[in-house]
Design a protein around this ligand. Structure first.
Ligand code: FAD
Length: 474
């Protein structure tokens, strides 16, 4: 018999339970990726991820060819494409790995395929544990991270990963594939992704290399360094995880045999991985996590949208160096350090009083790791509207945050070159620097680098008043 293996956001051969089961079925396998009008996401894929997807599919095609198979690329509505493919190949079973972004749609697909005599069998592998396994004493889902994390630790280790197969049985003739180039996923003019490849190698091999480098350092300095944007202390695996090029179980188990001295770092890192599971459990509960305030009290929030301010934020021209450095890192590399994500998001929401959904969308379009659960979950966390949210009275001061986490200003100097020669004392507050200090550094405020677009003290009071009003109203 022939079976279909439908790749989605699980673009890997390693620890791929659906692939493993398809091989176990004894059938010839037709591996397919379907480009759908609505990708497996909360909206169309962003530009940065289109870039990633192009390279990732190309890598997956190459790996499938190296195990005597190939990847068939097709576009259209998944149900139609699968039904056509089943007819053409004589397949009656489709193997997939479970996804939680469109749980409802998946259920519909199952029903529609079933009506046409096609079975769809789904497997686990996207998360450390299936969300359904992590339940409170009363059987509900967790709304707060710490008890969720405690429950994960009680569950024991995630499944033992299965290795990539040496051979993937293919029918004599695989169906015709569309040409990847014809999907035009890469930017043309201007090529805003020209620096992406300096940091990223999409695909399984790229993921393995990043994991090995990270483990090779024994996760050294992870706990402290993960808060310092100028230090490369984190795994940078997020985009690989978002596309399923590596399984979280594989990542978890890779930290198993590290020296005792790394125990604390390992535990901290695994905890971060579990945040990803937590965000997915929230998404399962609230599929429109990107649109709907988890805390409906926030529906009454009086946002204040000024397009010029939003624009300044997206371009890294707010006049607050740490915010600008982050937004420019994001544009240039499709990535931003976690600490700075929190600072830039807080600035948009609390200093500019712009609806968090605008920021979520911008990140979704520009991050290579944009993930429906992690992005929306974290934006809601910063906004205070989330399930487990940061306290409403927390308004990050961008100057103090900069001075605390980028004390020498190395991160700012890298991403905001016009400030590179500024004395460290003023690197996070150029607007306080005496004229001769600015002149010496070749800076003309308002010309070579913007003055702050808003006074933080004013903004802070305004935000607190709005948040208080909301609390009082609820
Ligand atoms: P590491 O520190 O090495 O962590 C390992 C893995 O754990 C990450 O790859 C990621 O999968 C997971 N992880 C770490 N922190 C978090 C977290 N806070 N929430 C959920 N998972 C986490 N992460 C995304 O993957 N996609 C997003 O779209 C995304 N949007 C964000 C938006 C905002 C406003 C904020 C504050 C955070 C967002 N994050 C997002 C979480 C976090 O910033 C990134 O996962 C992290 O910076 C990726 O770097 P890393 O792989 O080196 O992380």
């Amino acid at each position: 018999p022939t079976v279909i293996l439908w790749f989605r956001k699980d673009l890997r051969l390693d620890d791929n339970q659906a692939l493993h089961a398809a091989i176990g079925s004894g059938g010839d396998i037709v591996p397919v990726y379907i480009r759908e009008p609505q990708a497996l996401n909360v909206g169309p894929l962003g530009g940065a991820q289109d870039w990633w997807l192009h390279h990732s599919l190309s890598a997956l095609k190459t790996s499938l060819r190296s195990v005597s198979s190939d990847l068939v690329l097709l576009s259209g509505q998944a149900v139609d494409v699968l039904a056509r493919l089943a007819k053409e190949t004589g397949a009656d079973t489709v193997f997939i790995n479970r996804a939680y972004e469109r749980d409802v749609v998946d259920r519909e697909i199952v029903a529609q395929l079933k009506a046409q005599g096609i079975r769809l069998i789904a497997f686990h592998g996207k998360l450390l544990h299936e969300p359904g396994r992590i339940r409170t004493g009363s059987g509900g889902s967790f709304k707060v991270f710490t008890p969720f994390w405690n429950a994960i630790q009680k569950l024991g280790e995630p499944h033992e990963p299965v290795d990539a197969p040496a051979n993937v049985p293919a029918p004599e003739h695989l169906p015709r594939s569309e040409d990847l180039e014809s999907w035009a996923l890469l930017p043309s003019k201007p090529d805003w992704a020209s620096d992406f490849s300096k940091l990223w190698t999409p695909g399984e091999q790229g993921a393995k290399d990043k994991l090995e480098a990270f483990i090779g350092r024994d996760l050294q300095d992870y706990k402290r360094g993960r808060d310092l944007p100028a230090v490369d202390a984190t795994s940078t695996l997020s985009a690989h995880l978002a596309h399923g090029e590596i399984s979280p179980a594989r990542v978890w188990h890779a930290t198993r045999n590290l020296p005792r001295s790394s125990a604390e770092e390992v535990s901290h890192f695994r905890r971060e991985l579990a945040w990803r599971d937590f965000c997915y459990s929230l998404l399962e509960e609230l599929p429109r996590l990107d649109e709907v305030n988890w805390d409906r009290k926030f529906d009454a929030m009086q946002w204040h949208y000024d397009p010029a301010e939003f624009n300044a934020w997206t371009r890294g021209q707010t006049g607050y160096p740490i915010v600008d450095a982050g937004m420019r890192q994001l544009w240039r590399y499709g990535f931003m350090h976690n600490r700075v994500r929190m600072i830039t998001a807080s600035f948009l929401i609390k200093d500019l009083m712009i609806d968090w959904r605008k920021g979520e969308k911008w990140f979704r379009d520009t991050l290579v790791d944009a993930d429906p659960a992690n992005n929306a979950g974290n934006w809601q966390w910063v906004a205070g509207s989330g399930a487990d949210a940061s306290p409403f009275f927390r308004v990050f001061n961008p100057v103090l945050q900069g001075e605390k986490f980028d004390a020498e200003g190395d991160y700012v100097r890298e991403h905001v070159p016009e400030l590179a020669r500024l004395d460290s004392k003023y690197i996070h507050r150029p607007f306080d620097a005496p004229p001769q200090v600015l002149a010496k550094a070749g800076i003309e405020l308002g010309k070579t680098y913007p003055k702050p677009i808003i006074d933080h003290g004013f903004a802070r009071d305004r935000a607190l008043a709005a948040y208080r009003a909301l609390r009082g109203g609820g």
